[in-house]
Design a protein. Structure first.
Length: 203
């Protein structure tokens, strides 16, 4: 929803940036972060055409200065009612809220909607989706949820350590599955023995 909170005169190149941002945001079905939006400006080579300065050290418009400039324009655009507030995700600013229900029936229905069987249990392979950029996690999360795949945000600088750590985690997951299988086998044996005793008593 677009809602104006300040009277801000946005003209010229800044207005062009906002128009370009709105076109990009319209392509997404979910919220995007400011970083994701900035990456789209870079990937589409829009910064130079929109008046962003070239960094003399790198010879590129892709710089922290450009990011900060875009952040300022987007912020003004939202406050001026030119950009939908719900189209951009403000990470780190979400309020802490608690789950509430209208009654027991509502609680049960909510639990049923969240109920999911362990799809990867007993499969030959275990799959996870790893992503290095936090800004992309929001885009990939719906896909991971649909496929019942664990989404892991990992950093390139820690990749070597993550390999070791997650190797241990995979082993832990496998151990838990084996333990669960053994519990099921034991329960099945106990049930079979009890049924056999009942049949014997009945005779």
């Amino acid at each position: 929803m677009k809602e104006q909170f300040r009277e801000i005169a946005i003209r010229g190149a800044a207005r062009d940036v906002i128009d370009a941002a709105n076109k990009i945001l319209a392509e997404y079905e979910q919220k995007v972060t400011l970083r994701q939006l900035y990456y789209q400006f870079v990937a589409r080579d829009l910064l130079g055409d929109l008046g962003f300065a070239v960094d003399p050290e790198t010879g590129s418009t892709n710089s922290q200065k450009s990011y900060n400039k875009l952040a300022g324009i987007i912020s003004d655009g939202r406050l001026a009612g030119l950009i939908d507030w719900d189209s951009i995700e403000d990470r780190g600013r979400a309020p802490t809220s608690w789950i509430e229900y209208d009654g027991p029936v509502d609680m049960v229905e909510s639990a049923l909607r969240r109920y999911r069987l362990p799809r990867w249990k007993d499969q030959d392979y275990y799959v996870e989706l790893w992503v290095e950029k936090q800004a992309l996690a929001g885009v990939l999360e719906p896909l991971a949820y649909e496929a019942h795949v664990t989404l892991l945000l990992t950093r390139l600088i820690r990749a070597a350590f993550r390999t070791v750590i997650d190797g241990d985690r995979m082993q832990t997951i496998k151990s838990r599955e084996e333990k669960h299988k053994e519990e099921l086998r034991r329960s099945a044996r106990e049930l079979a023995d009890r049924l056999a005793e009942e049949d014997s008593d009945a005779e």
